[in-house]
Design a protein around this ligand. Structure first.
Ligand code: ADP
Length: 395
C-alpha cells in the first residue's frame, strides 16, 4: 500500500492535479498527473503516470468545480483503493499580506481567503471552491494552501509600495507579486543547475498564459512585475499588463462601462487576444501571418525586454536570465527575440543551444548566462504540504 500527497490547482474550467508518492528515504516523486478539463462544457478526465502512460481518458459527468473534486475523489478510490491520501496541497493565487507562507486550512483561514477574491477574480474563487469540495469529498484529509504571493514577501519596502495616500496602504494596498511557487522552485534548483549564478543577480521570466518577471538576489525575490493584482507588468494572454490608470478612468467615465465590463475587459479580452483579435495563445500567433498577430508577438517581446531592463536596474546589473513556463520553456523564437533585445546587458545567445532548449542557451563568451529551466509548481506544493503536515522531509 502506498501513501500519497495530492496537489490540486483549480481553475475556472479545469481541475489539474498531481499525485506524489514518497518512497522510503527519498523525496517526493510524481506518481500521476492529470486534469479534468472542459468543466461546464464537455468535461473529460485524463491522467498519465510519471512515465507518460495513460491511466485514464474518459468523459465525466461534472457541472462545476465541486463535482470535479468529487469525480477525482471517486477515480482515486477506484484506482488506488487501499492507499491513502495523506494530505492535499492547493495552489492558491492570493495570500494577501497575512499569509506569508504555506498555511494549514480551516474555516477561519478559508473565510480570510474569501476576502481576497476581488483581488484575483480569475483564480481565487476556483481555488477556494476546490478546498471546500475537498473538505466534503475527502473528509479527514488535512489540507494546505500554498500561495503564489508568499515567495515575494520580504521584498524591500520600496518594491512593495503603491504610492497612494498612506491610509490606503495601511488598508492593504501594496504590491504582492505572483507566480511565487514557480520562482521558488527555480530558486531551489538554481544551485544545482548553475551554482555560479544561484547566489548572485538573476531575472526569472515566467512566460505562460499569465506572465511575469522576478528579480532574484541571492535566491530571494527583491522585485517582480506583477503587483496588487495579476494585471500588472508584462503583456499576457488576455491581460494587458501595466496600464496608465487614466485609461481605466476613461473606460468608466468616458465610455461609461460598468465595473463588470471593465473587469471582463482587463482580465479576459486584452493582452495577446486584444491586440491580435485572433488568439490568446502564443503558439497560434507565431503560426499566423496576419499583421495583427505579428504586432501582438512584437508587443509581448518589447514589453518583456523593457521590464527586464527595469529589473536589471533594480539589481544593479544581472548575471543570469532564466526562461520558464509554457512560452519560456517551449518557444525558441520568443527566447531568441528577448535575448537579442538584451544584447546591451552583455547577453549573447547560443542559437543552436536555444533551438535545443538548453538548458544553457548563452555562449561561453556571454557576460550574462541564459537558461531554460522547466518549472514545477506542483512539486513545490508537495514539498510544502509534506513539511507542514509532517509527512516527510523536503524532497
Ligand atoms: P498557464 O499555466 O498560465 O495556463 P502555460 O505555462 O501552460 O500557461 O503556457 C501557455 C502558453 O504557452 C500558451 O500561450 C501557449 O501557446 C504557449 N506555448 C506552449 N508551447 C509553445 C510552443 N511550442 N511555442 C510557443 N508557445 C508555446
Amino acid at each position: 500500500m502506498n501513501n500519497y500527497a495530492l496537489v490540486l490547482n483549480a481553475g475556472s474550467s479545469s481541475l489539474k492535479f498531481c499525485l506524489f508518492e514518497r518512497p522510503a528515504g527519498e523525496g517526493w516523486r510524481l506518481a500521476a498527473r492529470g486534469q479534468i478539463e472542459g468543466i461546464g462544457t464537455s468535461p473529460r478526465l485524463s491522467v498519465k503516470d510519471a512515465g507518460g502512460e495513460c491511466l485514464a481518458n474518459q468523459d465525466v459527468s461534472v457541472r462545476d468545480g465541486h463535482e470535479a473534486v468529487e469525480a477525482l475523489a471517486a477515480w482515486l478510490r477506484s484506482r488506488y483503493g487501499g492507499s491513502s491520501v495523506l494530505g492535499i496541497g492547493h495552489r492558491v493565487v492570493h495570500g494577501g499580506s497575512r499569509f506569508v507562507g504555506p498555511t494549514i486550512l480551516n474555516d477561519q483561514v478559508l473565510a480570510e481567503l474569501r476576502e481576497l477574491v476581488p483581488l484575483a477574480p480569475l483564480h481565487q474563487p476556483y481555488n477556494l471552491a476546490a478546498i471546500e469540495a475537498a473538505f466534503k469529498r475527502l473528509p479527514g484529509v488535512p489540507q494546505v494552501a500554498c500561495f503564489d504571493t508568499s515567495f515575494h514577501r520580504g521584498q524591500p519596502a520600496v518594491a512593495e509600495l503603491i504610492p497612494l495616500p498612506r491610509d490606503l496602504r495601511y488598508a492593504g494596498l501594496q504590491r504582492y507579486g505572483f507566480h511565487g511557487l514557480s520562482y521558488e522552485y527555480i530558486a531551489s534548483v538554481l544551485p544545482q543547475v548553475s551554482p555560479r549564478i544561484a547566489r548572485s543577480r538573476v531575472i526569472v521570466a515566467h512566460l505562460g498564459s499569465g506572465a511575469s518577471l522576478c528579480a532574484l538576489k541571492d535566491g530571494r525575490s527583491v522585485d517582480s512585475t506583477l503587483g496588487f493584482t495579476a494585471l500588472d507588468g508584462l503583456c499576457m494572454g488576455t491581460r494587458p499588463g501595466a496600464l496608465d490608470p487614466g485609461v481605466v478612468l476613461h473606460l468608466f467615465q468616458g465610455l461609461k462601462l460598468s465595473v463588470a465590463e471593465v473587469e471582463n475587459l482587463l482580465y479576459k479580452k486584452s493582452g495577446l487576444l486584444g491586440i491580435s483579435g485572433i488568439s490568446n495563445d502564443m503558439r497560434d500567433l507565431l503560426g499566423r501571418t496576419e499583421p495583427e498577430a505579428r504586432l501582438a508577438v512584437d508587443y509581448f517581446v518589447y514589453r518583456a525586454a523593457k521590464e527586464i531592463g527595469a529589473l536589471a536596474a533594480v539589481l544593479g546589473g544581472i548575471d543570469g536570465l532564466v526562461f520558464t513556463a509554457g512560452i519560456g520553456e517551449n518557444s525558441p523564437e520568443i527566447r531568441q527575440q528577448i535575448c537579442r533585445a538584451c544584447g546591451w546587458l552583455g547577453l549573447e545567445l547560443d542559437e543552436s543551444a536555444n533551438l535545443n532548449h538548453g538548458p544553457e542557451i548563452s555562449t561561453s563568451r556571454s557576460k550574462v548566462s541564459a537558461w531554460v529551466i522547466p518549472t514545477n509548481e506542483e512539486l513545490m506544493i508537495a514539498r510544502h504540504t509534506g513539511l507542514l503536515l509532517g509527512l516527510a522531509k523536503a524532497a
